[in-house]
Design a protein around this ligand. Structure first.
Ligand code: HEM
Ligand code: HEM
Length: 228
């Protein structure tokens, strides 16, 4: 018989959510540093930003055809539920989830939207000397491009704040509630308290993810002229 204190090792994140996450971390980390400091800016900022577009397209579609806990629509939880989750967290007693929790879901949506705006705005802007130009730079009026450049700068700061809060929250879960969310994002597995039955998660065949990422890189590449 399993005691109510015993734990089972169960799957939570599929390989493609994990690869998406860590590739995004490296790419956004690089883009923020290269944008702010100029490090490898002219060589890589544009290409890595365009790669992020392919990653985002992948994540959007994976939200529909990927594993059931990757869905994006389901992340839009009742805000009251999100607040009650945060209140539980402050008391150090958060319930287990086999996916994003009600508050984390909103954070994921805001982060993905901010990053999408950043990557798309990059396509329409150029630096002062026009040494680096987005693929669609010149398609909009110069006034609109300048406005987008300002927003690209402003939104970069917003992304930094979001990332700082995101990482701080991950450590807060660990220190306040004893929930290690990092290990599952690396290994794909979590320790589930056997007192309750874990929710069912339907995992998609990883080969589908491999085909999808190739298609997304191909589609973005075609639209922004990688193969021209
Ligand atoms: C998610 C993707 C992206 C992130 C996180 C990002 C981040 C940044 C950051 C932090 C800056 C500096 C802002 C500042 O100085 O206040 C910047 C500037 C810039 N980025 Fe991006 N970027 C992204 C995508 C792109 C793309 C796809 C392009 C396409 C060419 C691009 C082109 C530029 C240009 C032209 C500047 C302005 C440089 C200047 O003012 O001299 N970015 N970006
Ligand atoms: C540039 C930095 C980062 C960005 C842009 C970022 C973005 C994201 C996004 C978009 C998700 C949702 C994943 C999905 O469903 O597709 C996520 C989840 C997650 N991230 Fe990050 N992340 C960053 C850095 C980090 C770091 C440094 C850590 C570890 C300390 C981390 C740990 C996690 C964990 C554990 C989750 C899952 C949270 C949960 O269980 O609900 N992230 N992150």
């Amino acid at each position: 018989m399993t005691s109510s204190k015993s734990k089972s090792d169960i799957r939570i994140w599929d390989i493609w959510i994990r690869l998406f996450h860590w590739l995004l971390v490296v790419s956004i980390g690089f883009l923020l540093i290269s944008g702010e400091t100029g490090f490898l800016f002219f060589d890589w900022h544009r290409s890595v930003g365009e790669f992020v577009l392919a990653l985002l397209l992948f994540r959007l579609v994976w939200g529909f055809i990927g594993s059931s806990n990757a869905g994006l629509v389901g992340l839009i939880a009742n805000p009251l539920k999100a607040f009650s989750h945060l209140a539980q967290l402050l008391r150090g007693t958060v319930a287990q989830t086999r996916g994003h929790n009600a508050a984390g879901g909103w954070a994921v949506i805001v982060m993905l939207l901010a990053i999408s705006f950043q990557a798309i705005s990059g396509l329409f802007i150029a630096d002062e000397d026009e040494l680096i130009e987005g693929y669609f730079y010149g398609e909009l009026s110069s006034g609109t491009s300048e406005r987008l450049l300002e927003l690209h700068h402003l939104n970069a700061e917003f992304i930094m704040v979001l990332v700082a809060i995101h990482v701080a929250m991950i450590f807060f879960y660990l220190l306040r509630a004893g929930h290690n969310l990092i290990k599952p994002m690396i290994t794909g597995r979590m320790q589930w308290h056997d007192a309750e039955q874990p929710p069912t998660v339907k995992f998609t065949n990883p080969v589908v993810g491999l085909v999808l990422i190739c298609i997304c890189v191909g589609v973005i590449g075609l639209v922004i002229g990688w193969f021209a």
